[in-house]
Design a protein around this ligand. Structure first.
Ligand SMILES: *Cc1c(COP(=O)(O)O)cnc(C)c1O
Length: 412
């Protein structure tokens, strides 16, 4: 029996912004026997999860499910729609956008990483990592491209490295205003099932997501939601692809099967997750995350620490990035909090290493687990000698006490 000796009693506080804590109900679903992935029972499961994920993405078009982490679905989105040397416009919202850009370059695309400049006193080297996508900046760049060389615009919906969400409808409107034919490809790996998302309504051509964030599953499966225009682009796209190729998968998915072996037990959990999300109602799920995020921000404001997000309207409902005072190593703070209180927080990624930490507030949580997370951080700050203007715990308690939950959780 595997024994995790760092967590002797109680529950580990997994407060990183993905993987998020897995509900017991999903773990139980996963423990059912693995079945024949070519048998009749499997076809029903396959259809059920694909149709469920269409509703979660807000689409009537195909959703492809891969036994891979989100990174695999990033690659699938690019190699199914683009050809070697194609120009793509990517927007640098943070570390994940930068990693996706590196991948595009490695795949042989002519990938341009843009961001509107933002002077910033607190983080002079990463001012633009405190803001969401500036759709006007994308529109201007597309208008310059009078020959239509840019084949795709790629943006991250919820930038998990910073806690900043971007307005995808505004990016669609910018592409339309420029009358540009580029595909719109969106990473909503951590946004989906936490923040409002509408694949069809927002005119997204490929939406990329993963299992271990808002869907509350363990890591291991990921998604591409498609559009008719994306499927059309796939017919002439020449980047090499085999395993990731949509055509065969979409064809077989019509009857609920896959060309290769799908991740059977994770699909059980996915069916269960879709049931849980829909029993609560997606609007309630989104409101619940907004409310939690407001409670965590109330705590951060009480401490007197700045959030990584500098746009009042773009705070992520999924996680909050907190900038530590100069001279305080955020990773040292995280280590102390982990050792003393069995609480995991997200590290500062890329340019933000040591300068900030991330508090996840997504998925299988509740008001009290979040107050416990805030208490762990508050104790860690005190141990590290970080002065606090007021108690974050008290501020979050007041916020949760005085604001009614968006809707009662439906009994499981
Ligand atoms: C988690 C995440 C990824 C990477 O996904 P993996 O499952 O780790 O491969 C990419 N983009 C965003 C926005 C993420 O949150």
């Amino acid at each position: 029996m595997l024994h995790l000796d760092s967590h002797p009693t109680g529950n580990h506080f997994l407060q990183i912004p993905g993987p998020s804590p897995v509900p017991d109900r999903l773990l139980r679903a996963m423990s059912l026997p693995t079945i024949d992935h070519r048998g009749p029972e499997f076809g029903r499961l396959g259809r059920r999860v694909i149709e469920g994920m269409q509703r979660i993405f807000g689409t009537r078009q195909p959703v492809v499910i891969y036994p891979a982490s989100g990174t695999g679905a990033w690659e699938a989105a690019l190699c199914n729609t683009l050809s070697p040397g194609d120009k793509v416009l990517m927007y640098e919202t943070g570390h994940f956008a930068s990693l996706w850009h590196r991948m595009a370059t490695r795949l042989g695309l002519d990938a341009e990483l843009i961001a509107a400049p933002h002077a910033d006193e607190l983080l002079p080297q990463a001012g633009h990592w405190r803001h969401g996508v500036d759709a006007g900046f994308i529109e201007a760049r597309l208008r310059e491209d009078t020959q239509g060389r840019i084949r795709a615009v790629c943006v991250v919906h919820n930038e998990t490295s910073t806690g900043v969400t971007s307005d995808i409808a505004a990016v669609r409107a910018a592409i339309d205003a420029a009358r540009h034919p580029a595909l719109l490809i969106v990473d909503t790996i951590s946004g989906l099932a936490c923040a409002d998302y509408r694949h069809d309504e927002w005119g997204v051509d490929v939406s990329v997501s993963g299992s271990q964030k808002g869907l509350m599953l363990p890591p291991g499966i990921s998604f591409n939601a498609l559009s008719p225009k994306a499927l059309e682009a796939a017919r002439s796209a020449r980047l090499p692809r085999a395993y990731w190729d949509w055509e065969e998968i979409v064809a077989m998915n019509a009857t609920g099967y896959w060309p290769s072996t799908p991740n059977t037990n994770l699909l059980y959990a996915l069916a269960e997750s879709i049931d849980m999300l829909e029993a609560e109602g997606l609007p309630q799920v989104f409101a619940r995350h907004q409310r939690w995020a407001a409670g965590v921000r109330a705590a951060v404001a009480a401490w007197g620490l700045p959030t990584q997000c500098a746009d009042a309207h773009r705070h992520s409902p999924v996680l909050t990035g907190v900038i530590t005072p100069a001279g305080i190593d955020a990773d040292q703070l995280r280590r102390i909090i982990h050792e003393r209180f069995d609480l995991s927080l997200g590290t500062g990624l890329g340019k933000l290493k040591g300068r900030m930490f991330r508090m996840g507030h997504l998925g299988n949580s509740n008001d009290l687990t979040l107050i416990a997370m805030i208490a762990g951080v508050e104790m860690g700050l005190t141990i590290q000698g970080v002065p606090q203007a007021a108690s974050g715990v008290a501020a979050a308690m007041a916020m949760f006490r005085d604001s009614a939950p968006a809707a009662p959780m439906t009994a499981a």
